[in-house]
Design a protein around this ligand. Structure first.
Ligand SMILES: NC(=O)c1ccc[n+]([C@@H]2O[C@H](COP(=O)([O-])OP(=O)(O)OC[C@H]3O[C@@H](n4cnc5c(N)ncnc54)[C@H](O)[C@@H]3O)[C@@H](O)[C@H]2O)c1
Length: 318
């Protein structure tokens, strides 16, 4: 079996490739990545060296028809898993164009190439396409798409393009909408690594608004396990929500990081809220648990501690 993974030098794609190469000895992976500021090939250097030739890296843009055409002409893939995206909400508010390029044009080029090759296409999407919730309830796969920012809008557009290909061409596609991921190797611009790094340096931890925005956290390896289950057991044309029933107000997450590191709450610095900031996410993942035979394994307190300790070890000593 041979998977084409895109965006594998990023946070989640990198975990996915490491999981596949370490635990699925019959699988080969080709990783197509543009190496934007968010891509770090070093994340894969050890596993690539240990893979016995089962890992191949291709530097390129998923929106480039020549590159994708060449890749599919040269290899018979068994699945395409599209992680490649611009993924930072604040950057999308400042400059949406790269998000339209990678997330919308890129997904449309890649899904078309997968169709021509007759390969299953898995779109790694996000719960952010559903927008924001009030104090109760959770997102199901039937919740309306109601994105609040250009990042979420570009991911919603990609979902619709991918699902339309299923209806128009009976193409074999699956869309996975996961909640917020945490774990090692995440870019330091994202909430959890950013807060850990500020705390380690005794710098103020910038927290948006009143800190009461709620995020539903899942460990990145639980997300990757769900993707593997979807590749083999997902029904074509379906959307699956992925989550771990782990809602936390941001202030609670930030305090947990400070307490673990033995730092004072006085390091928290409230900053002007993000425009259009989603108040609450909560994801109902009963469909994916039922149909994919998957469930999250990592427990928040223990896996967050492991994540904090990993970032602490990356810091230069002294
Ligand atoms: N991080 C989360 O909490 C989360 C939650 C749900 C869904 N997602 C989705 O999962 C996917 C991966 O997220 P992440 O946090 O690992 O992102 P990331 O920003 O860490 O990594 C993105 C990767 O994609 C690559 N890339 C960007 N544009 C590209 C292009 N045009 N062609 C080829 N490669 C390109 C980058 O170089 C990078 O390696 C994204 O599609 C994101 O929308 C993320």
């Amino acid at each position: 079996m041979h998977y084409l993974v895109t965006g594998g030098c990023g946070f989640i794609g990198g975990h996915f490739i490491r999981m596949v190469l370490r635990h699925e000895p019959a699988l080969t992976v080709t990783n197509l990545d543009l190496l934007t500021y968010a891509g770090n090939p070093e994340n894969l250097s050890v596993v690539a060296a240990e893979s016995g030739g089962r890992y191949q890296f291709v530097h390129g843009d998923i929106a480039d028809e020549e590159i994708t055409g060449r890749l599919f002409a040269g290899t018979k893939f068994d699945a395409v898993i599209n992680f490649a995206a611009e993924s930072m909400v604040d950057r999308s508010i400042a400059r949406p164009r790269p998000f339209v390029h990678s997330n919308v044009t890129g997904a449309s080029v890649l899904v078309a190439a997968a169709r021509a090759a007759g390969v299953r296409f898995v779109q790694v999407s996000t719960d952010e396409v559903y927008g924001s919730l009030g104090d109760s309830g959770s997102f199901t796969e039937q919740s309306p798409l109601d994105p609040s920012n250009p990042y979420a809008a570009s991911k919603a557009a990609a979902d619709l393009l991918v699902l339309a290909n299923h209806r128009t061409f009976a193409q074999d596609v699956i869309v996975l909408r996961c909640s917020n991921n945490y774990g090692t190797n995440q870019h330091p611009e994202k909430l959890i690594p950013r807060m850990i790094l500020c705390a380690l340096r005794d710098e103020p931890l910038p927290l948006y608004g009143d800190g009461l925005n709620v995020r539903d956290w899942i460990h990145v390896t639980d997300h990757c396990a769900a993707i593997l289950a979807a590749i083999s057991r997902g029904r074509s044309g379906e959307v699956y929500n992925i989550g771990a029933d782990n809602e936390r107000p941001n202030i609670e997450t930030v305090r947990a990081i400070l307490h673990h590191l033995g730092k004072p709450d006085s390091l928290i610095s409230y900053v002007t809220d993000r425009p259009g900031h989603d108040r609450r996410y909560a994801i109902n993942s009963s469909k994916s648990r039922r149909e994919l035979g998957w469930k999250p394994k990592r427990q928040w307190e223990e896996a967050l501690a492991e994540t904090i300790n990993w970032y602490a070890r990356q810091q230069p000593s002294g």
